[in-house]
Design a protein around this ligand. Structure first.
Ligand SMILES: [Zn+2]
Ligand SMILES: [Zn+2]
Length: 449
């Protein structure tokens, strides 16, 4: 299986002709609607819908049996069955009746064929009834022409064939019939659909799922005749309606599966379905684009660019926690102590402002594993952090953060609270009696001010 350059289990939906690389949707720039660009060179990417990027036929089977249960299709199936049954009961002349019934089965095939076409471009719901009637008679006539040509050639060849050859040819016909119809759906032309090169090419390109489809066709054909046998051949109107509905249902399932095969192999067959492209080219938020770009550059090893991207993204959206978080994590991962020293206070400010103090302690610890003597430059940050440490049971770290605050930040409004906390923290530590009383007198002094 072909894959993304960086995600070996993900299908490559994009190709860069400049870089000669394949990427998945996570690895490309979605900052503009209707197009995707290469993070590496900035070129516009070619969209690819490989068979691997679409759910395989085996997983679609369940959905295929539910496909005709959509309102449009149910209305069509039952309506047509009722009309067919009424027509066969009408006391009109033989030929007229034959033509009318032929027309009805033509409509059933025609609608199923529309289902095939709709599925092949990614519409997983049966087409509306309006579409089924209007403008589709040319398809109906051409479909009849295809069947007529096949029947004629069989009739002609049948004269020279023995019974074994005849049976073999019928089996061959059932085997290639789906491919003929699929070719017709793709090319919209009778001769193209009957061209053996096209038919064999399609069977070869779609691979084993095609044979699953043929197997299904055999199972359906035999179960339809089995059901007819069970229901019986009595001329009961209801049983006729049921039989006719069941065969239309199976016809629709089979045609939907044919369409699905085309849809899945669209890249190899040179088809394009708009819906997937549209989904693949959806605009993403600047945050998502920046984070995707960062991941890409990390994989490329372009660390300087990673930092620039995140700095730019944060200046455009300073309140975005995900960006901040990623920036901090990346700097820690890259062990960029110089930048961390500069950025840490701003990051912790952001956490405080956005009420995410639960992250603070974890991230300060992470930071201190890289910069052991890190001290916030701001009084309120120190006080908050000391609080977090104290509440987590680390009184020593709290004392360390609060020590000397009255000299460093003499104007800080919460000095009394800070030293109150300092006293509590000192009391929690062994052998600190002298420091506790020193702290108490400092507190008295501060409270008088
Ligand atoms: Zn990828
Ligand atoms: Zn490129």
């Amino acid at each position: 299986m072909e894959s993304c350059k960086y995600h070996l289990d993900t299908p490559p939906n994009f190709s860069c002709d400049e870089c000669q690389e394949n990427f998945c949707t996570q690895c490309v720039d979605h900052s503009m609607a209707g197009e995707a660009r290469c993070f590496q060179c900035g070129a516009r990417l070619r969209v690819r819908v490989t068979a691997d990027s679409i759910e395989p036929l085996s997983k679609r089977l369940k959905g295929a049996f539910r496909y005709p249960l959509h309102l449009n299709a149910v209305a069509f199936i039952i309506g047509l069955s009722v009309v067919t049954t009424l027509l066969s009961a009408l006391p009109i002349g033989g030929l007229l009746q034959f033509i009318a019934l032929l027309f009805c089965s033509g409509l059933a095939i025609n609608y199923s064929f529309l289902c095939l076409k709709a599925t092949s471009v990614g519409h997983m719901e049966p087409p509306g009834l309006g579409e089924a009637v209007e403008g589709s008679f040319s398809i109906l006539i051409r479909l009849f022409a295809v069947f007529f040509l096949i029947a004629m050639s069989f009739n002609y060849l049948g004269q020279f064939m023995g019974p074994v050859t005849a049976v073999l040819s019928i089996i061959t016909l059932v085997v290639v019939m789906p491919a003929v119809l699929m070719c017709f759906a793709m090319k919209d032309h009778i001769m193209e659909a009957l061209n053996p090169v096209n038919v064999v090419g399609l069977i070869r390109k779609t691979g084993w799922p095609y044979w699953v489809l043929v197997l299904f066709l055999f199972i359906m054909l035999s179960s339809v005749s089995l059901l007819s046998g069970l229901i019986g051949n009595e001329q009961h109107a209801l049983s006729a309606i049921v039989q006719s509905s069941i065969s239309s249902y199976y016809l629709m399932v089979e045609f939907h599966l044919m369409g699905y095969l085309l849809y899945q192999h669209q890249e190899k067959l040179g088809l394009a379905s708009d819906d997937i492209e549209e989904k693949l080219l959806q605009l993403q938020s600047p945050e998502k684009v920046a984070l995707a770009h960062v991941n890409f550059c990390l994989k490329e090893g372009d660390y300087e660019r990673v930092e620039t991207i995140l700095q730019d993204a944060i200046s455009a959206d300073p309140k975005n926690t995900r960006l901040w978080q990623r920036y901090f994590d990346v700097l820690c991962k890259l062990e960029d102590r110089v930048r961390l020293q500069k950025v840490a206070d701003r990051y912790f400010h952001h956490l405080l402002d956005s009420a995410q103090t639960f992250r603070m302690l974890r991230d300060v610890k992470k930071l201190r594993s890289l910069i052991p003597d890190y001290m916030p430059e701001y009084a309120h940050l120190r006080f908050h952090l000391a609080n977090e440490y104290y509440n987590s049971g680390d009184a020593r770290a709290a004392v360390q953060l609060l020590g000397g605050m009255h000299r460093r930040f003499p104007d800080y409004a919460k000095l009394v609270e800070a030293y109150g906390l300092m006293k509590q923290a000192l009391e929690a530590l062994p052998g600190m009696e002298a420091q506790v009383s020193k702290c108490e007198s400092l507190l008295v002094h501060l409270q008088r001010q």
